[in-house]
Design a protein around this ligand. Sequence first.
Ligand SMILES: Cc1cc2nc3c(=O)[nH]c(=O)nc-3n(C[C@H](O)[C@H](O)[C@H](O)COP(=O)(O)O)c2cc1C
Length: 186
Amino acid sequence: MTNETLALISSRRSHRAYTAAPLTQEQQDAILRAAVEAPSAVNRQLWHFSVVTNQALLDEINAATRENVMKRAPEQRSPRFADSQFHVFYHAPTVIFLSAQPGSVYAPIDCGIAVENIALAAESLGLGSVILGMPREAFQTERADALRRALQFPEGYDFVIAIAVGVPADTKDAHPVGEGKISFVD
Ligand SMILES: Cc1cc2nc3c(=O)[nH]c(=O)nc-3n(C[C@H](O)[C@H](O)[C@H](O)COP(=O)(O)O)c2cc1C
């Protein structure tokens, strides 16, 4: 069985290369509407969305991420960092950061749901995206407070997840689906 929604879910991929084309205002508005329309526990909406098109700021967060990752032994870091040109935001024209108050049980789950809404909204508009956990490394450095301020996180909020969005410049197969992930309990 399939329908438009199921086909859209199936067609989404993580894109790791983008053209320089910026999102249109209509695309950005539609994506953010999908974000805030996500369900949240008790409808508390304990999230904040920082929409970043400033490439210099993204470069700064990329540098802080790399700085923190490189403190670890090579076998304890993603092999992607072996390439000095690797950029955690893949030069996407827009990156949306989701922040929330640490300690809330449901806020990270709410942010996870909202970020998938963003990914699916982007896909529906012919755009690509990739959800990004790696930039959390930047918020474990001495630059963390300055970055939180630059990203306009509300007071006491910290990084939860980010998502890069843009016109994809790559293609990718669907990810292999793991075995034994579903139990049918009668
Ligand atoms: C919570 C989360 C964090 C992720 N962080 C990163 C990341 O930092 N960098 C990256 O390139 N991909 C990241 N991904 C993308 C996953 O690698 C990707 O979703 C997975 O390999 C499946 O591929 P697909 O999205 O194309 O189906 C993340 C995905 C999730 C859900």
